[in-house]
Write a protein that binds this ligand. Structure first.
Ligand code: NDP
Length: 241
């Protein structure tokens, strides 16, 4: 039976690249977006042309009740996910002394509470399906090493790393792997105004990564070849750290 994967934030950027790569490899996709419906519809068409089944989900990952309802409805209609990729996330960068309460709260609430809100309703159906599975979270080089201007974002991503490692221990005997991808600077809307000279300073490979270079790793982690990889944080960052 074809395996189905939920990818949050797959209307744009890294999530979109992952959705396309997985569809090319035959996975059915639960495509999620927050605000940009037309972008999500375009991705849905692309995936459908690749011959896979697509369900479209809309929610704010910070809205616990909405996430639970949308995911439970999708699972009731189409069955448990084989894979879940917690990709959606936000940044609100500013030097810490100038950081507002809202900049702190929104990033922690969206990125870290998003872990519980999205993954919690997916886990028991995945366990009960008894087919193993894959959970992949997106952290960041900022969550490993810290980054100036990103105290809020670094905290949220470090939290995701801890949660990912802990959950991997709980699910290992169920043949469900739980790993974290930690990108460096990847060419998406999130870093569209990042200065080129800083890229050259920070990245030994002297360029940003492409969304597809994250998608390749996600696709590998979803594969049977990756069945024994769990509790890991895997960096894709052009040598930044
Ligand atoms: P983008 O800003 O390009 O896309 C973000 C995606 O997340 C969109 O699909 C958006 O949906 C969705 N999203 C945003 N806020 C919410 C929310 N509150 N609820 C639900 N969905 C939401 O991000 P990237 O592709 O660059 O990043 C993807 C992940 O990778 C993030 O977790 C990010 O932190 C991480 N990352 C990115 C790096 C980079 O350099 N780009 C570096 C390190 C980590 P919509 O468009 O519908 O609003």
């Amino acid at each position: 039976m074809t395996k189905r994967v939920l990818i949050t934030g797959s209307s744009r950027g890294i999530g979109k690249a992952i959705a396309i790569k997985l569809a090319e490899n035959g996975f059915n996709i639960a495509l999620h977006f927050h605000s940009n419906h037309s972008a999500a519809e375009e991705v849905k068409q692309t995936l459908t042309h690749l011959g896979v089944n697509v369900s479209l989900l809309q929610f704010d990952i910070g809205d616990r009740a909405a996430v639970k309802q949308a995911i439970e409805t999708d699972i009731a209609e189409h069955g448990a996910y084989y894979g879940v990729i917690l990709n959606a996330g936000i940044n609100r960068d500013t030097a810490f002394p100038a950081m507002t309460e809202n900049e702190w709260d929104s990033v922690i609430h969206t990125n870290l509470d998003g872990f519980y809100n999205v993954i919690h309703p997916t886990v028991m159906p995945m366990v009960q399906a008894r087919k193993g599975g894959r959970i992949i979270t997106l952290a960041s080089v900022s969550g490993i090493a810290g980054n100036r201007g990103q105290v809020n974002y670094s905290a949220s991503k470090a939290g995701i790393i801890g949660a990912t490692k802990a959950l991997s221990l709980e699910l290992a005997k169920r043949k469900i792997t739980v790993n974290c991808i930690a990108p460096g600077l990847i060419e998406t809307d999130m870093v569209s105004d990042f200065p080129t000279d800083l890229v050259n300073q920070m990245v030994p490979m002297k360029r940003m990564g492409k969304p597809n270079e994250i998608a390749g790793l996600a696709n590998f982690l979803l594969s049977d070849d990756a069945a024994y990889i769990t509790r890991q944080v895997i960096s894709v960052n052009g040598g930044m750290i």
